[in-house]
Design a protein around this ligand. Sequence first.
Ligand code: C2E
Ligand code: CA
Ligand code: CA
Ligand code: CA
Length: 278
Amino acid sequence: TKYNGKNNYSFFTQEMQMQTKRNLLLTNALHNAIAHNELYVVYQPQISLTTHKLVGMEALLRWEHPVFGSVPPSEFIPIAESSGLILSIGDWVMKTAVQQLKNWQTKGLHDVSISVNLSAVQFNQANLQHNIIQLLDESALPANYLEIELTESAIMSNPETAINIINQLHSLGIKISIDDFGTGYSSLSYLKKFKAYKLKIDQSFVRDITIDPEDKAIVNAIINMANSLGLQTIAEGVETQEQLKYLEENGCDEVQGYYYSKPLVVDEFEEKYLKGKK
Ligand code: C2E
Ligand code: CA
Ligand code: CA
Ligand code: CA
């Protein structure tokens, strides 16, 4: 087929109009998602490479809409962020995840932490620490079981404030993981000012780790740097035994990925990790 300039143009504007329309529809729908019980949290296991046991899990948000079906986080999280809805949704995720871990602790799941993702918008919200303290208090969950995942870009959006907040959260006993580590820029000079706890090696470096010498070099550099700064490391997106073996041999502390498990709904998680407990 031959396209002339005009047809191309109208094709693009049509595409854009459809996209804009979908965004508007999704934004409206997202307003009611909590009230309509369309949101739920799945939990992806994090495994220690020393003990090969479950040591943590990441809470990941899911949205199932009656008309739009399952909308991926890569599509609705940006909408939640730009509309400000991420504040109420983020609070809901944090509350759900903290209460879920507390519930599993009473069912015999010990020494396992919960990681929750925080957007830049949430991170810069004035009453963040207050809300978190109150939630932990109400849920009777000790602060050291909570990890907060922040991306480098969220931190770099406002580095001075970030240093303050991170250090305050740290003094409460909450742990900070730097998510997607290696994909941002100026993080290195800031690392010594943060009381970060863990670096989360981005899955883009893990994917070809067994064959790509540059990815090997980057991952080894991150692990070595983390070791000398006293930080933990976790690799995300680990899908194969070969990747696992490489990370294990090169001193990575923990892994998360489809090799061990996809993110699990509550029932699946209980079936896999709580059977025979208590
Ligand atoms: P992320 O925080 O980097 O989360 C890791 C993503 O990798 C998740 O995608 C997870 O399902 C996926 N994943 C896990 N293991 C593997 C694997 O072995 N291979 C591959 N290819 N992928 C794997 P998901 O759940 O679709 O979430 C996408 C992003 O959406 C997250 O990236 C995070 O940035 C955001 N997100 C999800 N839940 C929340 C939330 O509650 N709050 C905020 N602020 N962001 C969230
Ligand atoms: Ca994350
Ligand atoms: Ca990540
Ligand atoms: Ca990511």
